[in-house]
Write a new protein. Structure first.
Length: 276
C-alpha cells in the first residue's frame, strides 16, 4: 500500500532534486545503520515524505555529507540526515513488522513469519520509544484485517482507517499544527488506500480477492481521488513550512499521480447495480 507518495523528479529544480534524493538516501543509511541490510530493503518514498514534511515544519538540525553506496558506486552523492530521519526509520520498521505479522496470521505465509521473527526484537524497542504510534499502527492494521475478513465493501470505511493510521504517524507533537497536520495526513491516507485499491482492482477481480471498489461505479475514480488529494493539499499547504514547500507541493500536485492509470488504461471499470 506504500510507494505512491514520491516526487515528480522531472519538474523539480536540480537543487530541489538533490535535497529530495539526499533525504531518501539519508533514510536508507539510517535504516541500514539501525536495522541492517534487511532494514534497508524496507525503504519507501512515503517515509521520505514524512521526513520532508516534519523537518520543513519544525526546527530540525541537518547533517549533510557525500559518499558512494552500493546502488551508486561510481559517483559520490548527497546524504541528508535530519532530526526526524531516525523517527521515520523506526516507523518504517514498525509498519513492516506489523504487515508481516498480519500476512502470517491471515495467509500463513512462512516468508512473512520469518521476517516478523527477524524484526520482532527491533519492533519491541520501537514500541518502548513510541507506544502511541505503535498502538495506532497495531489497531488500524487489525481493523483493516477485520474489514477485509468480513468483506465490508464500503470503500470509505477502510480508507478512513488507513487515514487514521497515517495521521497518527505524522502528528508527533501536540501543538498548534497538530490538528491541521493530522487532517492533511488522514486525507493523504485515504487517497493512498483508494489509489492502491484502484491499482489492484483488475488483478483482485481475477483472483477473487477483497477489494472495496467492486461495490462502486469506478468510472469516476479520478474525481474521487482528485477530491481526496485536494483536501490533503489544502490542509497541508496551509501549514507554516519554513522550507521545501515547493518539493511538498510537487509531490502532492504531481508526484502522487505518477502510478495512476485512467479507467481506460486496461482497467476494469465497474458500475454498481444501484447506479442509473
Amino acid at each position: 500500500m506504500f510507494g505512491y507518495v514520491a516526487a515528480n523528479a522531472k519538474t523539480l529544480s536540480p537543487d530541489e532534486l538533490e535535497i529530495y534524493k539526499g533525504l531518501y538516501c539519508g533514510l536508507c543509511r539510517v535504516l541500514k545503520r539501525s536495522y541492517g541490510n534487511a532494514g534497508r530493503l524496507t525503504l519507501t518514498y512515503d517515509m521520505t515524505f514524512l521526513i520532508l514534511v516534519l523537518s520543513s515544519l519544525y526546527p530540525s538540525e541537518e547533517t549533510e555529507w557525500f559518499e558512494r553506496c552500493i546502488a551508486h558506486p561510481r559517483k559520490k552523492h548527497k546524504y541528508i540526515e535530519t532530526d526526524f530521519t531516525q523517527y521515520a526509520a523506526d516507523m518504517n520498521i514498525a509498519l513492516t513488522y506489523n504487515k508481516f505479522l498480519d500476512d502470517w496470521n491471515d495467509d500463513k505465509n512462512y516468508g512473512a513469519k520469518a521476517a516478523s521473527v527477524y524484526f520482532k526484537n527491533k519492533y519491541n524497542k520501537i514500541l518502548e520509544k513510541y507506544p502511541r504510534q505503535c498502538s495506532v499502527i497495531e489497531s488500524c492494521l487489525s481493523q483493516l484485517a477485520e474489514v477485509e475478513k468480513k468483506g465490508i465493501l464500503s470503500p470509505d470505511i477502510p480508507a478512513d482507517i488507513f487515514g487514521r493510521l497515517l495521521s497518527g504517524l505524522f502528528t508527533v507533537y501536540d501543538d498548534d499544527n497538530t490538528e491541521i497536520l493530522g487532517m492533511a495526513a488522514a486525507n493523504l491516507g485515504r487517497f493512498i488506500y483508494i489509489l492502491d485499491a484502484w491499482d489492484d482492482l483488475s488483478e483482485d477481480i481475477k483472483k477473487e480477492r477483497y477489494n472495496p471498489l467492486t461495490s462502486i461505479d469506478t468510472s469516476n475514480i479520478g474525481s474521487i481521488l482528485t477530491m481526496l488529494i485536494a483536501d490533503c493539499s489544502q490542509a497541508m499547504l496551509s501549514l507554516p513550512f519554513k522550507k521545501n514547500e515547493n518539493i511538498i507541493r510537487n509531490i502532492l500536485y504531481s508526484g502522487v499521480w505518477q502510478k495512476y492509470k485512467t479507467p481506460s488504461d486496461d482497467k476494469t471499470t465497474l458500475k454498481n447495480d444501484n447506479q442509473p
